[in-house]
Ligand binder design. Sequence first.
Ligand code: 13P
Ligand code: SF4
Length: 319
Amino acid sequence: MYDHCIISEINTLRKKKNVVILAHYYQRPEVQEIADFVGDSLQLSEQAAATDASIIVFAGVHFMAETAKILSPAKKVLLPDLNAGCSLAESCRPADFRRFIAAHPEHTVISYVNTSAEIKAMTDICCTSSNALKIVESLPVGEKIIFGPDRNLGNYIKTITGREDMQVWDGACHVHEAFSVERLAELKQQRPAAKVVAHPECKKAVLLLADFIGSTAALLHFTQYDKASQYIVVTEPGVIFQMQKASPQKEFIPLPVVTAPSSAFADDCGACNDCQFMKLITLEKIHRALQTEQPEIFVEETIREKAERSIRRMLERSK
Ligand code: 13P
Ligand code: SF4
């Protein structure tokens, strides 16, 4: 079916069934185009908590759809492809994290939303890349903190806050870990007028070369209002679609990656650095999800209740 036929059927179904389509900035451009709302992880969870739609179709990954279900349990939440997981969420298994918490008693547990519902249920306060600093700073100086699962974001926050009492879980996102500082330095030399904008999930050496560090929404905002005309973008390249839309006169240069041949992710992606999980969502799969109202996301109620508390605390402190 051609895209315009699918889009027209998606529009008919979404209206008939009172559906909201939420999409992350890393989604394919054509998916971002049909979404009711496009945003970063924090904005999407705020939308999921506030929507009065009967069905939420999540154009994102599993932990995002699960967060929507945790916040809106009475609504039907659909994830068009259940294989849309997350390497960062996978790097923090519940049994291991439980042991980590037990090994560090009297610590307040802060977890990035890129985690399973089970991890959120063990967490005191969730955070995203756009509010991690605010959440950590909302705790009194000297309070002992466990921060998981992203070591790069955790260590970045630890450095800028000077909080020595922070135990950082050793997890990472394969997309952001793949960016090489050597490749970035080379590109900076080739494009001296370009500013570097980077996501805090990147390694420290990469962040040290950045002119601006922030969540996807913050990077987009920065490139929109900053005076430069060229930017090297060091995050998943899906966000460039909105950057280019907001600033058509500017140039956005994705940082290519050299993927190790042994990596599980060294596939047909080549030099681009797409998140293969995010890119699993297509217009065809959204169309099918609207037709069948499948695949649906469920969260066991005792886990959901505990997970909701940690997400609501985050939303409260992000205002
Ligand atoms: P943000 O949406 O908070 O920028 O996080 C990026 C990410 O990795 C989502 O999967
Ligand atoms: Fe997970 Fe990284 Fe993909 Fe975000 S970009 S969904 S953190 S694997």
